[in-house]
Design a protein around this ligand. Structure first.
Ligand code: CO
Length: 295
């Protein structure tokens, strides 16, 4: 045997032994019976009116995945602790995953019910990555992207929100969507969405409560166009505190008051995006893509 031949044989031998060892380890791991589950993760809301959105999501997901256990987590600590005082307990993402691990789930699809991939989504990814690092933990844990998680999503969302505009709205009347907004870089999604909406309908606008574009930006745009009447519609999964107070409230700094002051008639629509079947279908489609990795 030449030296080169010997080395090749040695390398092959080591490679085969290594594969053998990993296969045995894998086989050992597979001894745990497969148990697939779904974890739905929302920001959460303390308003009873918001529950309709969560119930809608829950129903749609259970219908799409018959027989698969579905659990919930809220990312907002403030909301979890507030509703706990009222006797309603919802886990954080970390606690929900720990429970699923303890309940012998082997494959978990975690679906973000957020709108954009912002801070809450980043935190979710970090928590899931921490669970991936646990030796003897889940065999597979995968995250489904939020509503606006890709360019393809942008097109789907634009078509879906246009389809949900009240039918009585006339072309010369505006539609102003209220997004949440964030200091996170993903805040750009809102202005991007307005761009894509205006490619289809020049009188549709997107502002945010806590980011950019602001209501002042939107007010200036509406004035420039001579808009006399606008619909105000939340671009948030639930029509909670922001929709009811910051958008449609009677306080002088609400969007309704600011625009009415500017001579624009306002028609608020108090319905969260997750109250519409076509929007819920978009989140469910992301979950289906994530779940498909288990096959
Ligand atoms: Co908020």
């Amino acid at each position: 045997m030449t030296k080169k031949r010997f080395l090749t044989t040695l390398v092959l031998f080591l490679a085969v032994s290594f594969i053998g060892v990993t296969n045995t380890a894998q086989a050992g791991h597979h001894m745990k019976p497969v148990k697939k589950g779904i974890l739905l993760v929302a920001f959460g809301s303390s308003m009873p009116e918001a529950q309709v959105s969560f119930d809608n999501m829950d129903k749609a997901v259970k219908a799409a995945f018959p027989g698969v256990p579905v659990r919930w987590a809220y990312t907002s600590r403030i909301i979890r602790h507030k509703i706990a005082k009222e006797g309603k307990y919802v886990d954080s993402t970390a606690v929900a995953l720990a429970r699923m691990l303890d309940d012998n789930f082997t494959h978990v699809a975690v679906q973000s019910l957020h709108t954009i991939p912002g801070e809450e989504y980043d935190d979710l990814i970090n928590i899931v990555n921490a669970f991936k690092a646990i030796n003897g933990g889940f065999e597979k844990v995968i995250v489904g992207r939020p509503l606006l998680g890709s360019m393809e999503d942008m097109n789907d969302v634009v078509d879906a929100v246009i389809a949900n505009i009240p039918k009585e709205r006339k072309k010369k009347e505006a539609v102003v969507f209220m997004g949440h907004g964030t200091p996170h870089a993903s805040n750009t999604a809102y202005a991007a969405m307005m761009f894509h909406l205006q490619r289809k309908d020049l009188n549709i606008f997107v502002g945010t409560v806590e980011g950019s574009p602001t209501i002042d930006d939107i007010k200036a745009m509406l004035k420039e166009k001579g808009i006399k009447k606008t619909y105000l519609i939340p671009f948030m999964s639930v029509a909670g505190d922001h929709a009811r107070n910051d958008m449609a409230g009677d306080e002088e700094d609400s969007w309704k008051s600011i625009l009415t002051q500017a001579g624009i008639e306002c028609v608020p629509v108090l319905k969260g995006t997750a109250e519409y079947a076509n929007m819920v279908n978009l989140w469910t489609a992301h979950l289906k893509q994530a779940f498909a990795h288990f096959k």
